[in-house]
Design a protein around this ligand. Structure first.
Ligand SMILES: [Zn+2]
Length: 392
């Protein structure tokens, strides 16, 4: 049995990821010429040595990473869990709570790690459930110096505290990954439909999005300094997986995330568990933020994930003093991929993110001029969890 599994994995590692999805529908668009099997295969694991320890094949270890930026007596160790399977395969890394108040990804990581059968695992999984452990303890997105760690990768050993911390994590952990999934949620008082953010111009990244099953995919290059972009630029294909709200653990969102990652692992030949759903094809979206033009209390008429038509009522902003009401209508037809929770808003507040379905080849073309959500001058980035803090 074991021999069969190893042979199968060796073959899988040389094939495009989607070839391993038994129920996958044939791709509608023909792949670009660069999308060869060699271009989409992930780097296979070698000896797993990190953080001063060796993890032999067929074993697991709980290691700790410390950034070294705190005072000696106040060093907060960050758990790094390594599962090294018996068979060959890639090293898949899962990172969560780079923003310390984003809890769904912590539970997704725990669940995926816990579900792995070491005896059957091909390749390895490195899980860091709480990267920003100081933010986690304090219930905040930020580091103790109010910096956003996800703006400082790959870091620098001689820069600010955040830059040094980023450098240490990138060097000690991230560089050991063949591929990485960085788990996030919407920012404060906003929620996101489970969705993957990915640079679809990179063939390996595009294959990852396909292998994550029926998950919404938004193309973006990624903000400079984000873990996703820095890792991808270092040759480690990386996607960001957004789900739900910060400060909460949401069972449905967690279930989607864990299922998607386990589907990916199966597609990579890492596991034998068949965990994918009926229609494994992702849906690719371009998106647009809808902002309110008046201050007041926002009440939404739509729900997350709902499909809306152009001109449809999204919500109402009511001025609590003058009682004036202002309705917000959908400027385009599409799907609500992200939205603000009901709250007090000021004019200009980004309330709804409407996604319009597009083909992945269109996404790739759009990316060449990079005028999407990641354009630095695009204000929309101010309200996107991955891109910039929404306020303060
Ligand atoms: Zn985040």
């Amino acid at each position: 049995m074991k021999r069969v599994a190893i042979v199968a994995c060796a073959a899988l590692a040389c094939s495009p990821l989607h070839a391993q999805q038994p129920d996958a529908k044939p791709a509608t668009a023909s792949p670009p010429p660069t999308e060869t099997a060699a271009a989409t295969a992930l780097k296979a694991k070698g000896r797993i040595r990190l953080l001063g320890a060796e993890v032999p094949a067929g074993t697991s270890k709980r290691l700790t990473w410390t950034s070294g930026t705190a005072m000696e007596g106040f060093v907060v160790p960050v758990p790094v869990i390594v599962l090294n399977g018996k068979g060959p395969g890639p090293v898949l890394c899962l990172t969560a709570a780079v923003h310390g108040d984003e809890l769904n990804g912590i539970e997704v990581t725990r669940r995926v790690l816990n579900d792995v059968d070491l005896e059957e695992l091909n390749g390895a999984v490195i899980g860091v459930p709480i990267v920003n452990i100081q933010g986690f303890y304090r219930g905040t997105r930020y580091l103790p110096d109010r910096r956003d760690l996800n703006r400082y990768f790959p870091g620098n050993p001689r820069g600010s505290a955040a830059t040094r911390m980023a450098h240490s994590f990138f060097t000690d952990v991230v560089k050991h990954c063949s591929a990485l999934i960085d788990l996030h949620t919407g920012s404060l008082n906003r929620t996101n439909l489970p969705q993957v953010r990915a640079d679809l111009r990179v063939p390996q990244v595009q294959r990852m999005t396909q292998a994550l099953g029926a998950t919404v995919v938004l193309h973006s290059v990624g903000e400079r300094g984000s873990l996703r972009r820095a890792a991808s630029e270092a040759g480690i294909p990386t996607v960001t997986f957004e789900m739900g709200e910060p400060m909460r653990v949401q069972p449905e969102q967690v279930e989607h995330g864990a299922k998607a990652i386990e589907t990916l692992m199966y597609s990579l030949g890492m596991t034998k568990q068949r965990r994918y759903w009926g229609d494994p094809e992702p849906v690719y979206y371009a998106s647009k933020w809808v902002r309110v033009d008046h201050g007041g209390i926002l009440f939404s008429d739509v729900a997350l994930g709902e499909r809306v038509s152009e001109g449809e009522l999204l919500g109402v902003v009511t001025d609590p003093i003058s009682n004036q009401q202002h309705r917000i209508y959908a400027p385009i037809s599409g799907r609500v991929l992200g939205m603000a929770l009901n709250q007090v808003v000021l004019p200009g507040f980004a309330a709804y993110r409407i996604g319009t379905a597009t083909s992945k080849s269109d996404q790739a073309i759009q990316s060449s001029d990079d005028t999407g959500e990641d354009a630095p001058d695009d204000e929309a980035t101010q309200d996107d969890d991955e891109d910039a803090p929404p306020r303060g």
